[in-house]
Design a protein. Structure first.
Length: 285
């Protein structure tokens, strides 16, 4: 296709024309430098207007999120605990784990770690000290702090909202029978790691949070539970279950029979191995 554009050999510039072109090139070059600088300045992200704390976050995760959101050096929020003057129950002994209530918190210009932590604890106190939670805890022969601790385990262990009431019932049934809770989530907390399947070596860790070796509830909550987990902790689903295991995604089995539970465990292990082998296979694409 012809475009009728003259060849480069046929183009001639006068001396004045060459000077004008050079000047224009300098202006364009200067503009080309300035525009990216302006774009870079415009691309600087503004500070978020809210801080979202999801259900199940541990206190350490909340501290890190506050530091990042307020653009503070890592560890600043944790260090601020000493002067935050939080209204925590006596049993907490100054540890806000369980009382940094999951919610969406506005971030005013004068936001500080102390103010945000205090807001979270105040929200938790309003939720936990109301009649439903207090009465539910008493109905289950517990104080509110213990109920929050149960809720934190439910939050960590339940595979779905529908399973929360059953998990809570397993906890209560085991406590009533004088059985150790044997919850992997408490071992994860003791080892300061994310959710994992506890190995025999893990269950030997010397920690008050190791519910394989220690009887009863752990000394504090192990995360900050949401409202669904708290409701499950004060209104556990009726049942005689003592064991549960998630066999595959979307299927958690509860039973009171140890032999049945062992069969479920074997099936769950087989499912895990199949999933691992499948993920290890090279892609066909």
């Amino acid at each position: 296709m012809q475009t009728n554009t003259p060849s480069r050999n046929s183009i001639r510039l006068t001396r004045r024309g060459r000077f004008a072109l050079a000047t224009l090139g300098a202006v364009v070059a200067g503009t080309a430098v300035a525009v990216p600088l302006l774009i870079m300045a415009d691309e600087e992200e503004p500070r978020p207007e809210v801080l979202v704390v999801p259900a199940g976050w541990r206190a350490g995760q909340v501290y890190a999120a506050i530091d990042k959101t307020l653009d503070l050096p890592a560890g600043t929020t944790r260090k601020s605990l000493a002067k935050a003057d939080l209204e925590l129950p006596n049993e907490a002994e100054g540890n806000p784990e369980g009382y940094l209530f999951p919610d969406t918190y506005p971030l005013p210009d004068n936001a500080t770690p102390q103010k945000l932590l205090a807001r979270m604890v105040d929200t938790a106190n309003k939720k936990f000290n109301g009649a439903p939670v207090a009465a539910g805890a008493q109905r289950n022969a517990m104080n509110v702090y213990q109920a929050v601790t149960v809720a934190s385990i439910v939050q960590a262990e339940a595979a779905s909202k529908a399973d929360m009431g059953k998990v809570a019932r397993v906890i209560f049934n085991r406590l009533e029978r004088g059985m150790p809770l044997q919850m992997d989530s408490t071992v994860d907390y003791a080892l300061n790691r994310g959710k994992a399947r506890a190995t025999p070596a893990d269950t030997e860790v010397d920690s008050p949070y190791n519910s394989y070796r220690r009887m009863g509830l752990p000394p504090t909550p192990i995360d900050n539970p949401g409202e669904d987990a708290v409701r499950a902790a004060i209104n556990p689903t009726p049942g005689d279950w003592l064991y549960f295991v998630t066999v595959r995604q979307g299927e958690t089995r509860f039973t009171a029979d140890l032999a049945e539970h062992q069969r479920n465990l074997a099936e769950a292990e087989a499912e895990r191995k199949r999933a691992a082998e499948k993920s290890a296979q090279p892609s066909s694409t």
